[in-house]
Design a protein around this ligand. Structure first.
Ligand code: COA
Length: 166
């Protein structure tokens, strides 16, 4: 059963993304992050073994409209969320939670025992989301993110055991 609420009449579909989707993934990233990754950055991810991407699209009978996406990697017992973003008009409807749930299931099926991610200190929406899913902070990378004004902010490294998704 999906926990996603969708106010439109049209279906939302989750599908695996491929290198050809890199421009779309970058466009979503641009809408969601001040320092976004360009299309080449996403294409490079697809060249790294064990890396996967999922795209959420609205299918309204015309061209599918991108709504959100996630990139993650599973290597043996460890899995990492590389990026996750939902376009502003589609937030607070359970989409990020659903994407993470899918990454959890896939990583667990491949034998991973834990998931890791980095989150910028002060990213309240993401912090609450991860907290609700059971992620705990295990480390801090000082000055990891460079801001447009030249200042730096820390990354918090978080992890979650893959058995604990509620
Ligand atoms: C963070 C982000 C991915 C969340 O996506 P989302 O689809 O809106 O999240 P969900 O609807 O699945 O939220 C699930 C839960 O997370 C928490 N949450 C999500 N956004 C929140 C917010 N803005 N404020 C407080 N809690 C929030 C809530 O507990 C929420 O459950 P609820 O709506 O029933 O209260 C989205 O805000 C986003 O794309 N932000 C910009 C990019 C980004 O910061 N990515 C993460 C980088 S580490």
């Amino acid at each position: 059963m999906s926990l996603v609420s969708n106010p439109t009449q049209h279906p939302l579909r989750f599908r695996q993304a491929f290198a050809a989707d890199s421009p779309v993934l970058s466009k979503i990233h641009e809408e969601c992050f001040p320092n976004y990754w360009d299309s080449n950055a996403f294409t490079n991810f697809f060249g790294i073994e064990n890396t996967r991407a999922v795209l959420v699209e609205l299918h309204d009978g015309k061209k599918p409209q991108p709504v959100g996406m996630m990139v993650y990697r599973v290597v043996h017992e460890q899995s990492d969320i590389i990026t996750i973003a939902i376009r502003p008009n589609w937030r607070r409807q359970g989409l990020a939670r659903e994407l993470l749930s899918r990454a959890f299931s896939h990583a667990r099926a491949l034998g991973a025992k834990a998931m890791f991610l980095d989150v910028e200190e002060g990213n309240q929406a993401a912090m609450v989301l991860y907290d609700r899913l059971g992620f705990k902070q295990i480390n801090r990378r000082k000055g990891y993110y460079k801001q447009k004004d030249g200042s730096y902010t820390d990354a918090l490294v978080m992890t979650c055991a893959l058995g604990s998704l509620s």
